[in-house]
Design a binder for this molecule. Structure first.
Ligand code: PGA
Length: 247
């Protein structure tokens, strides 16, 4: 496995002044990071990130991308538009989009494909709800979510990033234990191994209340290749500590 990847998901937070202060303190605190780093901001701030992060070790990404190529889709942002600015990543299928915006496995797969076609790496989120975990459906749910993407993108599957984000752990302060997370990551790795000759090339990130205190034990697991960080990516010292935990 290559270097780990730590990606921040700012969600619908920030503003011009706050973003600049946050990014500057992150850049000030970084010393030769041992991992890849990305920040995923709301669409209006992507060009701000492009400016602030130019020539730095931090990449940037979007939090969503349209499933359509172009045309009459008011409010949507296409993969080609993101690429115009040099966007490197796009989160697709975050549970908040599946839950509040009705995104299906097929929509998510189409978004991943659009991103790949434009040269953007999709960070494909999968994860079970508490109810599904309690019903013993975790494996089935995450495999179904990933299978839709494998089916749609075919051999390009080795170009994606996967993020396992148990819905019950997102923004709740309840983290999956390293063992719980590793168990699901191993399932996803096995599924990728059946679809590509290079399953180790695919980063499988853990997301869901990852923070400065629990990052090291999660990142020590064999199949946890990094993190997708929500709340803790809004505080430079916390995010920097998670990055340091990759060393
Ligand atoms: P959290 O969010 O770190 O605030 O739990 C993670 C995510 O939703 O990507």
């Amino acid at each position: 496995m290559s270097r780990k990847l730590i990606a921040g998901n700012w969600k619908m937070n920030g503003g011009l002044a706050a973003n600049e202060a946050l990014v500057r303190s992150m850049l000030d605190g970084l010393s030769g990071p041992a991992c890849g780093i990305a920040l995923c901001a709301p669409a209006p701030y992507l060009s701000q990130l492009q400016g602030l992060l130019q020539g730095s070790p931090i990449d940037w990404g979007a939090q969503d991308v349209s499933a359509h190529e172009q045309g009459a889709f008011t409010g949507e942002v296409s993969a080609a538009m993101l690429r115009d600015f040099g966007c490197r990543y796009a989160i697709v299928g975050h549970s908040e989009r599946r839950q509040y915006h009705g995104e299906t496995d097929e929509t998510v797969a189409a978004k991943a494909q659009r991103a790949l076609a434009a040269g953007i790496t999709p960070i494909v989120c999968v994860g079970e709800t508490l109810q599904q975990r309690e019903a013993g459906e975790t494996e089935m749910v995450v495999k179904r979510q990933l299978a839709a993407v494998i089916h749609t993108v075919g051999h390009c599957i080795s170009e994606i990033v996967v993020a396992y984000e148990p819905v019950w752990a997102i923004g709740t302060g309840k983290t999956a234990t390293p063992e719980q997370a590793q168990q699901v990551h191993a399932v996803l790795r096995a599924q990728l191994a059946a679809a590509t000759t290079n399953p180790k090339r695919v980063h499988i990130l853990y997301g869901g209340s990852m923070n400065a205190a629990n990052a090291a034990s999660l990142l020590a697991q064999a199949d946890i290749d990094g993190g997708l960080i929500g709340g803790a990516s809004l505080k430079a010292p916390d995010f920097l500590q998670i990055i340091a935990a990759c060393a």
